[in-house]
Design a protein around this ligand. Structure first.
Ligand SMILES: [Zn+2]
Length: 137
């Protein structure tokens, strides 16, 4: 098990403490840079960590919803094609609405769990659990 996974597990097993400490959750800002026909999402890993989601899931969502291909490199996501910072920001905001913020209580303290191949969102703040309404990834 990787160090990050250990940390994550330790964090998850803490008593139900909210990651936001009751403060308003702020959507992180993406940093995007163009290089020729590619677009580099420079703080990809950092954002995945802030919103407490796996890089793999966030990566699949972004390439699917932007309709392109890409790969991960040193914590950055390299997209084929030209995208603006605003376009990538919008996708991150959509992702957070679909997969991070609890629809019942608006807390960001949720986790994704698979139940019989259905991706569910479980809220650690209010206990709600419901299927994610997103792409089938
Ligand atoms: Zn909730």
């Amino acid at each position: 098990m990787k160090y990050e996974e250990l940390l994550e597990r330790a964090f998850r097993e803490l008593p139900k403490k909210r990651i936001t400490g009751g403060e308003r959750f702020e959507i992180p800002k993406v940093v995007v840079q163009r290089e020729g026909n590619r677009t580099i999402f420079r703080n990809f890993s950092q954002i995945a960590r802030i919103i407490n989601r796996s890089e793999d899931h966030l990566f699949k969502y972004l390439v699917r919803s932007l309709g392109t291909a890409g790969f991960l490199e040193h914590g950055r996501l390299v997209f084929q094609g030209k995208f603006t910072q605003d376009e990538v920001q919008r996708e991150i905001e959509d992702y957070i609405k679909r997969y991070v913020i609890c629809r019942e209580c608006n807390a960001p303290d949720t986790e994704l769990v698979k139940e019989e191949r259905v991706l569910m969102i479980r809220c650690l703040a209010c206990g709600a659990k419901y299927p994610a309404r997103g792409l089938n990834i």
